[in-house]
Design a protein around this ligand. Structure first.
Ligand code: GDP
Ligand code: MN
Length: 398
């Protein structure tokens, strides 16, 4: 589950990580009030206005702007709230901005003593260990650094038995070229950041930039935080931070009925049991000249109710020209799945306007094919993978 910058920063602060302070605002008036309050607390009269959307690269899209007085706070907040922010990480339509973070300006004017670093904490699936990735080349172009000068990005792996050791935090501070107070601050920053990552059950932290101020403070200016979905049951306070308006509404609906659904751009909907088979089915669709419209794993119980829910979800996508059902009947027998499909189809009446190709393999596959063929419905059945592919091809060509 992805969080907004302001929520990520709240979590960091609760673990003692120094952050650039800020207050959320939903309109220009709230923005001005927030800026006044921050000035009282921090003494700075300058503020950055930052769009709160689930996408990076906001700076490049005009979603992060500096305001030098309250009038500018009002103007800029008014501009950013309500805009469709387009960044290198959003779709072409962009993302609607409903709130901004008013943050203290931590880059003092004309200051050459500040440095922007990159730091993230994530799981290295190859080694099964958490690691801290970091670089002196922080700021807005880390993707370019990774592509063109990957040697400027360092990794520090953490042994789960010992946790982060003090020498590792010192090594990171050293590699970032720090000395004196900034060095000490960085070791503290790294230690509390890692603690926050582990204890919040996060799957990713990305802090870009980590700022060294001219008075040698180290702080998180940005925060991209993902909490592991599987841990949300025991992290209720973070689960409550979920912002459904940032997510694909059909995916949210599918999640509510327990379907694993990911919306894609193609024209052939798929309904499959098991993630591996779902991936293979998507390849099959591509080989047949189609493009998958979604990834959908119905899971272990492909009964009539579930099949119907899955059909309804898939059909919300108007680009869908055909649906391929590819189910392996192991524990759940194919004939039961076939009956479920027939029943779901009948229940839905006219709602199904596209051809459906059903491929059932496993226990009682032949019987299942008979059930489909004898149903009198506009459903094409197949047993072999290739047969199913050919039928998809025929249907797309028709
Ligand atoms: P992103 O573009 O979505 O990654 O958003 P960031 O939060 O990283 O902000 C983008 C850029 O805005 C940063 O890389 C900074 O260079 C700049 N920025 C952020 N906070 C401040 C600030 O307090 N003062 C100034 N002058 N610039 C800032
Ligand atoms: Mn950033």
């Amino acid at each position: 589950m992805n969080l907004h910058e302001y929520q990520g920063k709240e979590i960091l602060a609760s673990f003692g990580v120094r952050i650039q302070r800020g207050i959320v605002a939903h309109n220009a008036n709230e923005a001005v009030a927030a800026a006044k309050k921050l000035t009282e607390e921090t003494g700075t009269g300058w503020h950055v206005i930052k769009a709160q959307v689930h996408a990076g690269g906001r700076g490049k899209g005009g979603g992060v702007k500096l305001a030098k007085n309250l009038k500018e706070v009002e103007e800029i907040a008014g501009q950013i709230i309500g805009m469709n922010l387009i960044t290198p990480q959003t779709s072409a339509e962009g993302k609607y901005v409903s709130k901004v973070l008013i943050a203290e300006d931590v880059y003092y004017p004309g200051d050459s003593e500040t440095s922007e670093f990159y730091m993230s904490v994530l799981l290295n699936r190859g080694t099964g260990r958490n690691m801290i990735m970091y670089s002196t080349e922080g700021g807005m172009d880390i993707e370019q650094v990774a592509e063109e000068t990957p040697h400027l990005i360092f990794n520090e792996e953490i042994d789960p038995a010992t946790g982060l050791l003090p020498f590792q935090a010192r090594k990171i501070a050293f590699n970032l070229g720090l000395t004196g107070t900034a060095f000490k601050e960085m070791t503290k920053f790294v230690a509390s950041l890692y603690k926050a990552y582990v204890e919040s059950d996060s799957s990713m932290f990305e802090i870009n930039p980590v700022l060294k101020t001219s008075d040698d403070k180290i702080m998180a200016v940005d925060a991209k935080v993902s909490i592991d979905d599987n841990a949300l049951f025991r992290r209720k306070e973070y689960a409550a931070m979920r912002d459904l308006s940032e997510e694909n509404p059909v995916e949210v609906e599918a999640g509510e009925v327990g379907l694993n659904y990911v919306d894609l751009d193609g024209n052939v909907g798929c309904m499959v049991n098991g993630a591996g088979l779902a991936m293979a089915t998507m390849d099959l669709i591509k080989m047949a000249g189609g493009e998958p419209a979604n990834f959908l794993d119905v899971g272990g119980t492909a009964d009539a109710k579930r099949v119907e829910e899955a059909f309804r979800i898939i059909l919300k996508d108007e680009a869908v020209k055909a649906i391929l059902v590819n189910i392996f009947g192991g524990i759940v027998r194919c004939d039961r799945v076939a009956n479920g499909i027939v029943e779901a189809y009948k229940n839905m009446g006219d709602a199904i306007k596209v051809p459906i190709i059903v491929r059932l393999q496993g226990t009682n596959a032949e019987l299942a094919k008979e059930i489909i063929d004898n149903s009198g419905l506009a459903v094409h059945s197949a047993v072999q993978f290739q047969e199913a592919a050919d039928k998809v091809k025929d249907v797309l060509a028709a």
